[in-house]
Design a protein around this ligand. Structure first.
Ligand code: GLV
Ligand code: MN
Ligand code: MN
Length: 408
């Protein structure tokens, strides 16, 4: 018998999707914004309905906890994130958090208490689109960096991460605090696939085997501002032209005949950003991904040389801001997810993740795994992102069974 409620879960997802709604059914709910706070308040209210305890840590990760029969036992953790891309969909992240909530809600309604406690977490700033990089909450929790490591990172409006974090912590001063870091028994995260494979093959559940590695860089090109009408081209130190040359040279240098490597320049800022001034500074992001650690290391380490080679008379710098090594999930968690899907009667297949997730950092702390559900046409980081209520419910049923198996 399935315990998770498709309707309750869908209603909650649609309630969350109203916060930061944008045209085309999308969501813009940046980390540490008023929208993020409102989404977290909804979670806190839903947790209260079932008597789950709520707390936050110094990285602003939001924790919901239900006790087990052995409250001293290490808990099973399930989680994802409530922040979105600027032109994001309704399910990336929010699904995993609501699915975790549905697990503890359904168990509560059925009067089932597991041996181990269950904790549901909404990690801070998974996306990294307002404050780069992503996964700052889970990295802090996992001890990769202290929670003040990103204090000097600024958003598009110049607001510091430290200030936004302090504002959100102050707005949530009524919520109990818990220490940062913990040692759970296991970690499982449900997420939409964000790729086309499950839908194309008509499969209900992706049993995630691991996550490819990601490296993020910020490249800064500095020239000299000048008058667009008077400065001869031969005398200019034009940061825009040199940045463009660098981006195209990088695109060529990152060519992979197997088409496995991913290379994206998604964010550019230009100073002074005026039509009739030559740019004196251009800063752009690089998101580089590959499933093999050695390839990711070699290609990433090429970036500085390629940028240097593209320069004529501008200054340049390259700074690495994120390095998530490729990981493989724990065989025990993978086999529990497979067993859960099998027992529930859902079709399933093994699948790697091209997107990064907080699970990448949880896997440093405890045995970890993930569950994917299909994404329509593989679309994600886009308002058109869609997974049907019943597809989402299947993933949650598998999550519930997996969490129960790991918690008993
Ligand atoms: C997560 O949002 C990613 O970019 O993989
Ligand atoms: Mn996500
Ligand atoms: Mn995302």
């Amino acid at each position: 018998m399935n315990l998770a409620s498709e309707q309750r879960q869908w209603n909650r997802l649609m309630d969350l999707a109203e916060i930061g709604a944008i045209p085309g059914n999308g969501v813009n709910r940046g980390a540490l914004t008023a929208g993020d706070r409102a989404a977290r308040r909804l979670m806190v209210g839903w947790a209260a309905e079932i008597g789950a305890s709520v707390s936050i840590d110094e990285a602003n990760n939001l924790w919901l906890r239900v006790e087990g029969t052995d409250s001293d036992a290490a808990p099973v953790l399930t989680s994802s994130h409530l922040d979105s891309q600027p032109k994001g969909g309704r399910f990336d992240g929010a699904y995993g958090v609501v699915a975790g909530l549905e697990v503890i809600t359904a168990l509560h309604k059925a009067g089932i208490v597991t041996r181990r406690p269950i904790e549901v977490v909404a990690w801070t700033n998974e996306e990294g689109s307002r404050f780069a990089p992503g996964c700052t909450g889970s990295m802090s929790w996992a001890g990769v960096h202290p929670s003040d490591y990103w204090d000097d990172v600024r958003d598009h409006n110049g607001i510091y991460y430290a200030a936004a974090l302090a504002e959100q912590m102050a707005a949530e001063a009524d919520l109990p605090r818990r220490p940062l870091g913990s040692k759970p028994h296991a970690y499982v995260e449900a997420h939409i696939e964000q790729g086309p494979i499950l839908e194309a093959e008509g499969i209900d559940i992706g049993v995630v085997t691991g996550i490819q590695g990601s490296r993020w860089f910020v490249v800064s090109i500095s020239g000299e501002s000048a008058h667009a009408g008077t400065a001869p081209l031969s005398l200019r130190r034009d940061a825009m032209i040199e940045a463009s040359r660098a981006i195209l040279a990088l695109q060529e240098a990152m060519y992979d005949p197997k088409d496995v490597l991913r290379f994206t320049v998604g964010r550019v800022s230009v100073s002074p950003n005026a039509s009739n001034s030559v740019a004196d500074n251009v800063t752009f992001s690089i998101d580089l991904r590959h499933p093999e650690a050695a390839t990711l290391r070699v290609r990433g380490d090429m970036i500085a040389g390629v940028v240097q080679g593209a320069m004529r008379n501008c200054e340049w710098s390259v700074r690495e801001t994120f390095n998530a090594k490729p990981i493989e999930f724990a065989p025990r968690v993978i086999s529990e997810v497979e067993r859960a899907a099998e027992n529930a009667g859902f079709s399933h297949r093994l699948i790697p993740s091209g997107a990064f997730h907080d699970a990448q950092f949880a896997s440093r702390v405890c045995q970890s795994g993930m569950i994917f559900v299909p994404s329509r046409a593989g679309i994600s980081h886009n308002p058109a992102e869609y997974t049907s209520p019943s597809q989402l419910a299947k993933g949650t049923e598998v999550l519930l069974r997996t969490v129960r198996a790991l918690a008993d």
